[in-house]
Design a protein around this ligand. Structure first.
Ligand SMILES: Cc1cc2nc3c(=O)[nH]c(=O)nc-3n(C[C@H](O)[C@H](O)[C@H](O)COP(=O)(O)O)c2cc1C
Length: 348
């Protein structure tokens, strides 16, 4: 495995390894895993923990309506390992203060590090239900939600949000101020307008407006795939830390690589797929497991120059035994890495 860009920047590592306190609780580093539906499930988080050094992980979004009555032993989404709780934030998504409060109370009772309110998801179904990024259309309601959740729980309250429905950053900065006044402990900002499906680059500079508007920590998010992107985001915007989404699926060891200088050996890609197969098998029934494997595979395949053909091969896998056999056959040490993730796969 050859890398042509540096995978460790000492200044970045020093910056990321400075602990940060959010709502009175301290986190050892400032490189976090972003929430991703269908991807940041327990199985993936178990593999992530094996490679180590992720400061704080976020669950995939959990429906606030479902959370109060959800059984973690059977729910594919509202599910975790006890050992994760001290560094795991549960993300909830909903439309009203009432439903989000009841969900946040359950999240607190279960012992999560914190609760994150999703104000970024712009999937059609979510917008129809007036949840996720739809809340940014009604700032008064968005703030009322943060205020109500803040009053209901004492764990840290996070808000993950986007720019909103127009490119103008001023309303987002004003909203950030209101979130802070309503009692949010940390903002994670993804500088894209809500209808943008990640096909265009995010407006990284806009993170600075949010950072300058508030005194609580602000984490930046969006298209960070290399340590240099991460350093640039910190330098250009003054944000406190960085939240990584898709690249964490492609290479979950990046947290260790960027913060400790960990150097993976040439079998790391195969090792990762084999670990994912085992973890998915342990956490999900065979049908759910293989569906989640396929979703994961698109981001994994984006690592490689011939990612499309790798994805096509794995799409025929019906069982985890097929996956293991294919991994041993096709994921080999001298595969050509793509300089940057293959965006056609990355944006699936
Ligand atoms: C498949 C997928 C699912 C996602 N699900 C969620 C989600 O459940 N909650 C959320 O706040 N953001 C979600 N996101 C957005 C990511 O958290 C992140 O903001 C976005 O991918 C940009 O960061 P990245 O370029 O590092 O991937 C999702 C993104 C992807 C690709």
């Amino acid at each position: 495995m050859t890398e042509s860009t540096p995978t460790y920047l000492p200044r970045l590592a020093t910056q990321l390894n400075t602990p940060i306190t959010i709502g009175g609780k301290t986190i050892p580093n400032k490189l976090w895993l972003a929430p991703m539906a269908g991807l940041t499930h327990t199985a993936f988080r178990e593999v992530l923990a094996h490679y180590g050094s992720c400061g704080l992980a976020f669950t995939e979004m959990c429906s606030a309506k479902a959370v109060p009555t959800e059984n973690p032993r059977v729910s594919p989404v509202f599910r975790w390992h006890e050992w994760e709780l001290p560094s795991l934030v549960c993300q909830i998504v909903g439309a009203t203060p009432e439903e989000l409060v009841i969900a946040a109370e359950r999240v607190e009772r279960e012992g999560f590090f914190g609760v994150d309110i999703n104000m970024g998801c712009s999937a059609r179904g979510m917008i129809k239900r007036e949840a996720g990024a739809a809340l940014l259309k009604t700032p008064g309601k968005a703030v009322a939600i943060v205020e109500a959740v803040r009053k209901a729980v004492s764990i840290p309250v996070f808000v993950k949000f986007r720019t909103g429905w127009s490119k103008d950053i001023e309303p987002a900065a004003a909203l950030a101020k209101e979130f802070e006044a309503a009692g949010a402990d940390c903002l994670v900002f993804h500088p894209r307008v809500a209808p943008d499906k990640r096909t265009r680059p995010p407006f990284i500079d806009h993170i600075r407006y949010i950072k300058e508007a508030v005194s609580i920590p602000v984490f930046g998010n969006g298209n960070v795939t290399t340590p240099q992107h991460c350093q640039d985001m910190l330098d250009k915007t003054g944000c406190d830390g960085v939240s990584i989404g898709r690249m964490a699926m492609a290479r979950p060891w990046l947290f260790a690589q960027w913060t400790t200088g960990y150097t993976p050996d040439e079998n790391i890609f195969q090792d990762y797929v084999l670990r994912m197969a085992t973890a998915l098998e342990q956490e999900f029934d065979p049908i759910r497991g293989i569906k989640r494997f396929r979703l994961f595979m698109a981001y994994f395949a984006a690592n490689f120059r011939f990612g499309h053909s790798l994805l096509a091969k794995f799409s025929t896998a019906k069982t985890m035994d097929d996956v293991r056999r294919m991994a041993k056959e096709h994921i080999i040490p001298d595969m050509a890495l793509s300089q940057t993730p293959n965006m056609n796969l990355y944006n699936l």
